[in-house]
Design a protein around this ligand. Structure first.
Ligand SMILES: [Zn+2]
Length: 305
């Protein structure tokens, strides 16, 4: 049913330093899974001096691979896009080895509408004790070896999610916000669909044309792909409204009816996506909830149309 132009071609070359452009290279961690695809891409920006973006999970082999890739060059900073365990935990050990400050997203936090929500399986995917030396705000610029890195706040996948642009290169490192191989999980309590859609608009208004996500390969034609991502979410939202009209009032019932094309192993994650959509529909005044917005709550259309 999806008309997305997904690109799952990617030669990870785990642990190797792979050049992308003159100023940008990656080392992909050997942590493939249903959620991380081929593993986490750690980016290095700069040649004589480097900035490391998203060091990755607590994986000492990956730490060795990064030290080999850095090859004695000074590390100006370690940047972190968000506090999921496949992105931030290695920042501490890498700081110890290089002396570079950890900068980037703020500590883990929940999206506002889910501040009281019970724990979900997704809670285990966050590094709760991450504290950067320097929390970066939207628009902050860092220069490394003549290359500018601009912080672009893109909440949605998580409340604290940052993307990093290299404006002079026309390059965007969108973290987990935009990925070529799959849609992004927007899962409460950390994720917010409302914020995610606004962040997509924010990226679409920018001029960068080459997107290198934290998992998998380059996005083909972001000017086409990003609007497709928006349409895809709109389609999911329409499907939820259809289920509500048909009388479904629980998240899991809707998931089983809607996500027929998705591996049932991912239905738990899909349920959180549906919850995020319902929260967005509540914010739009279209849907009501009998209690707090949680997986066990009952949802109804505000008015039949
Ligand atoms: Zn993530």
């Amino acid at each position: 049913m999806s008309k997305m132009d997904f690109n799952r071609e990617f030669d990870a070359r785990h642990g190797e330093l792979v050049a992308i452009t003159d100023e940008l290279s990656r080392v992909t961690c050997n942590n493939p899974s249903a959620l991380t695809f081929a593993g986490t891409n750690t980016f290095l920006v700069g040649k004589n001096e480097v900035v490391v973006i998203d060091p990755g999970p607590m994986d000492l082999e990956h730490l060795d691979a990064l030290m080999k890739a850095i090859d004695g060059r000074p590390v100006k900073a370690i940047l972190v896009s968000h506090t999921h365990v496949d992105h931030s935990p290695l920042a501490g050990p890498l700081k110890e080895k290089t002396g570079a400050p950890v900068m980037g997203c703020g500590p883990h936090k929940r999206a506002v509408s889910f501040s009281d929500m019970a724990e979900t399986p997704m809670d285990a995917s966050s590094q709760k004790d991450f504290v950067p030396d320097d929390e970066l705000e939207d628009g902050t610029k860092i220069s490394v070896d003549g290359v500018t890195i601009e912080v672009v706040a893109t909440p949605g996948h998580t409340e604290n999610h940052l993307s990093f642009a290299l404006p002079e290169q026309g390059v965007m490192l969108p973290g987990d916000h935009v990925m070529a191989w799959s849609t992004t999980i927007v899962a409460p309590p950390d994720g917010s669909m409302n914020a995610y859609m606004k962040s997509l608009d924010k990226l679409m208004a920018r001029s960068e044309t080459r997107y290198f996500p934290s998992h998998g390969g380059e996005v083909n034609n972001p000017k086409v792909f990003l609007p497709q991502l928006k349409q895809h979410r709109q389609m999911r939202s329409d499907a939820i409204l259809e289920r509500l009209r048909a009388g479904d009032d629980e998240v899991m019932t809707m998931v089983k009816a809607i996500y027929t094309d998705v591996d049932p192993k991912l239905h738990g994650a899909a349920a959180l996506n549906v919850l995020a959509q319902l929260d967005d529909l509540i914010a739009q005044g279209v849907v009501m909830c009998d209690a707090k917005v949680t997986l066990s709550a009952k949802f109804t259309l505000r008015e039949l149309t």
